[in-house]
Design a protein around this ligand. Sequence first.
Ligand code: 5GP
Length: 197
Amino acid sequence: MNKGVLYIISGPSGTGKGTICAEIIDRRDIYLSVSTTSRNKRSGEIAGVTYNYTTPEEFRKMAEEGELLEWAVYNGNYYGTPRARIEQLLDEGKDVLLEIEPQGALKVKEKIPETVLIFVIPPSIEVLRSRLVSRGRETEEEINARIDAAKWEFMQAPKYNYIVENDDLAQCVSEVMSIMDNCTAKRKKVYKLLMSE
Ligand code: 5GP
């Protein structure tokens, strides 16, 4: 009964959700799930840490065999969340964090309604654009495509339990951590109430 809490953080490319997740796993006892993807490894990424990299064929096989809790296609590549480890950790009462895009997040919410969804927004489209430009990873055309994708993602944000703004990183991290502390503590309290009679 005393299950861990599953948290999902989403937000358009350039909102800083990866940095937020990294800060959180440094400070809290929470497991960050490693997704599987068919996209190519970028420089600086580590196989088995950033992602598990696989072929589209292998990915489809994993999906067909029910090994993924959810999966989605993003920018022409497959991304998915391996199921077994997450279910095991939640059953052991441990909290788990997924950093995934909204199609997948909403599928998880359907399967596991007690999932806590947190959506990160930038202060403005201009700030989002300038973060993408200064990252220097994409061409102008790719940046425009990411801004268009961001607009679709913003439309999903009201379906999330919480929306946080990443204007100041430290402040945003502390807001997310207090959401987590609150949810985890309140659920523990509910389980205690249930067990007390
Ligand atoms: P990137 O290729 O930039 O690492 O990730 C692209 C998008 O895929 C990001 O929005 C990221 O959050 C999302 N993503 C990463 N892993 C997963 C996953 O397992 N499932 C889903 N649905 N999205 C994911």
